[in-house]
Design a protein around this ligand. Sequence first.
Ligand SMILES: [Fe+2]
Ligand SMILES: [Fe+2]
Length: 161
Amino acid sequence: MGTKGREIVKLEVPDLVADLTRAYADEWLAAYAYNYMGQVVTGRPAAKNLAALLRDTAKDELEHQQELAERIVSLGGKPVPVISKLIETSNDGYPAPPENERDFEAIVRTVIKAERGAIEVYHRLGAKTEGKDPITHCLVVHILGEEVEHEDEFESLLGEV
Ligand SMILES: [Fe+2]
Ligand SMILES: [Fe+2]
């Protein structure tokens, strides 16, 4: 960011970078877990739909980590350089897939729990950045909208699994 771009950020930048970095770690962990669950679900006719939704959602989470990384770097920070630090950096830890990959309901509930955590994180960041950092604000509100959609899509599966 240039001089004026920095000037309009009215928040403690290291603190903001730390918030964004925690969210960045959450996104990688969600992307990995969703993609993994999409790869292993088997055993029922509906599995193909659930697998496709898991993998599509994983792609959204990967986009989110990319968008967060761009903002972190433009604020002068670095995302997480060491992969083994992702879990300790994250807000919510790893959304561990259930042991039984045939337990669709447990899979769906794992995703819903992660999405609710993400909604809380971006809602809080939206409030924190409002009027203080319009670019980060725009980004977190955009991501928040997608997390709200994710929760809704997986909640609507609960009646069917
Ligand atoms: Fe996300
Ligand atoms: Fe999500």
